[in-house]
Design a protein around this ligand. Structure first.
Ligand code: KG4
Ligand code: ZN
Length: 369
């Protein structure tokens, strides 16, 4: 089954064709990052206007046709259903994808499937290739499954993106249970806000990661220690990251007053921010793993591309010598794209008449079953 998936919830415009939920036939992502860099952050109207301009070219490319007039015939011939992100996200951005998908469904008569962006992130792990480390085999396993791996479940899934930090128990690709999430800022938001305080502009988590690597290369050990929020609460599976920006702001002001806000100090702070966020994410995830006794851990979302987070999960598993498998999608499937939208639609989507589909900016992610 070939699904044409469309994603436009934030500042990316993406389309993909995904076969049977696991195989990438095509994957096209247009980003307006450079434009937002210029404005010092995402400006919703700018994002939506750029998405309006790029949505048809992106779909044209994903379908592999040369001119837009060939789109309907190509869909009739090679697409079985259309999937689109309906929320959560920015209303103007969501509308671009939703209205385009509805029009395509109305014109071609193909079924339409509405997709929750945050839940869909997790399905990047169902797609080939997925970086899989199974400690019992102590090697990278590069399987090419035709369907969701039966030995993957039950799994604990951590979704860490710019707007969300959520933990789920997945019993099967259809059966999801929300376990907890952030009470305030998401992990990605904490990276983005502290990146701005450290002078990295709109560089976000990637800029912090790069500065932290430079700090690690110097071999120093950081004297700054930021608080690890919510770790003391034993059975809590919620997160809180908003205190981090206040703690960083305090350090930045202190350093500026003593002329100590040097490149070295910035790198040191970036390192400690990354250590703090990743410590909390890893420890909370393993708390869920211990509570539910699962077979694997699935990471997803933009923050899952963080090299230190990936490394820490591996180290933690090594230390525990467990059989738990760790699934992490490649970086290009962690950040926003339409591939996981198509995968989610295949495994968990429900066909809805196009007349009944609307954009829902605050769509809930707290699902069960
Ligand atoms: O999933 P995503 O692409 O978009 C949303 O759905 O929000 O996630 C974007 C988030 C941003 O906060 C960005 O700073 C963060 O992912 N991010 C990273 C890295 N790459 C992207 N955070 C930490 N380390 C990275 N390497
Ligand atoms: Zn996302």
């Amino acid at each position: 089954m070939n699904i044409l998936a469309i994603e436009s919830s934030c500042d990316e415009t993406a389309a993909a064709i995904v076969k049977d939920g696991v195989e990438i036939v095509s994957n096209v992502v247009a980003s307006s990052h450079e434009m937002h860099e210029k404005y010092g952050g995402i400006v919703p109207e700018v994002a939506a206007r750029m998405q309006l301009e790029s949505i048809i070219p992106v779909i044209t490319e994903a379908l592999g046709v040369k001119i837009q007039e060939e789109i309907p015939a190509k869909i009739q011939d090679s697409v079985d259903a259309i999937a689109v992100t309906v929320g959560p996200g920015l209303i103007g951005s969501l509308l671009v994808g939703v209205e385009t998908a509805k029009t395509i469904a109305a014109v071609t008569g193909k079924p339409l499937i509405s997709v929750n962006h945050v839940l869909a992130h997790m399905y990047a792990n169902m797609v080939i290739p997925s970086e899989t480390r199974n400690l019992s085999q102590s090697a990278l396993v590069n399987e090419t499954p035709r369907q969701a791996r039966s030995d993957m479940f039950p799994a604990i899934s951590l979704v860490v993106s710019g707007g969300h930090t959520e933990l789920y128990l997945i019993k099967s690709p259809k059966d999801l249970m929300w376990l907890g999430g952030t009470l305030d800022d998401a992990a990605g938001e904490a990276f983005d806000k502290t990146a701005r305080l450290l002078g990295f502009g709109h560089g976000g988590g990637l800029a912090i990661q790069e500065a932290a690597i430079k700090y690690r290369d110097t071999g120093s050990t950081t004297p700054i220690r930021l608080p690890r929020p919510m770790l003391e609460k034993d059975n809590e599976l919620n997160f809180s990251f908003s205190g981090l920006k206040t703690a960083i702001l305090r350090e930045v002001n202190r350093l500026k007053q003593s002329d100590g806000f040097t490149e070295q100090a910035i790198q040191e702070l970036a390192h400690e921010v990354q250590e703090t966020i990743t410590d909390v994410l890893v420890k909370k995830t393993f708390r869920a793993v211990d509570t539910f006794g699962v077979r694997s851990i699935l990471l997803s979302g933009g923050v899952a591309s963080n090299v230190r987070l990936r490394e820490k999960f591996r180290e933690y598993l090594d230390d525990r010598q467990t059989q738990t498998a760790l699934y992490i999608p490649p970086v290009q499937l962690c950040t926003d794209n339409a591939v996981y939208i198509g995968s989610y639609a295949f495994f968990r989507g429900k066909e809805t008449p196009w007349q009944d589909i609307t954009a829902v900016p605050d769509l809930s992610v707290e699902v069960s079953a």
